[in-house]
Design a protein around this ligand. Structure first.
Ligand code: ADP
Length: 156
């Protein structure tokens, strides 16, 4: 059985995240979505709220689990016995950062990282930009799962 960890902030989860996790679930026997708890970054949604939103999005995917974690990604990955970390790549900006992270994580623990190229329909999407646009009154409905859009509207 092969298992993958899809880590991120998911504050909030977008359709770009959902696409990567779904494609990951089509390849791996088990997918663990790991939500980074980073209270110092003052997230819009608490980690437990992000977890509930993602659990709702993936409720019909029996092989997808959602958990939160603090600390080093490789420590969490090791404690959950995952085989590989999977990340989405939107463009060269992601690539430069993710390459460095992947090499650091491999150096720290031997854990490999695999990349899935973004669906071009979502390559412009990031959680931070969605929040900024929503704050300024822009329409972000098409960019989010329905439950996330509802939660964001309420939070704003
Ligand atoms: P963001 O950059 O949107 O704040 P996260 O830190 O939650 O996202 O990212 C988690 C993972 O999801 C990263 O691997 C990131 O590259 C990927 N990701 C985020 N948005 C997209 C997207 N629109 N398409 C593909 N991958 C994405």
């Amino acid at each position: 059985m092969t298992s993958a960890l899809c880590p991120g902030s998911f504050d909030p989860p977008t359709l770009g995240h959902v696409d990567i996790i779904e494609r990951c679930a089509a390849v791996f026997d088990r997918v663990l979505v790991g939500i980074v708890e980073n209270p110092s970054k003052a997230p819009l949604f608490a980690a437990s709220e992000r977890q509930a939103l993602l659990e709702d999005v993936f409720r019909e995917f029996p092989t997808v689990e959602v958990a939160t974690f603090q600390g080093l990604l490789v420590d969490f990955a090791g404690s959950q016995s995952v085989d590989v970390v999977v990340k989405g790549l939107r463009g060269v900006g992601d690539f430069e950062y993710e390459l460095q992270m992947a090499q650091m994580n491999h150096e720290l623990s031997g854990m490999d990282t695999m990349f899935i190229a973004t669906n071009p329909a979502y390559s412009y999407l990031s959680s931070s930009l969605v929040k900024e646009v929503a704050r300024l009154g822009g329409d972000v409905q098409k960019m989010l799962p329905a439950n996330v859009y509802a939660a964001l509207k309420e939070r704003m």
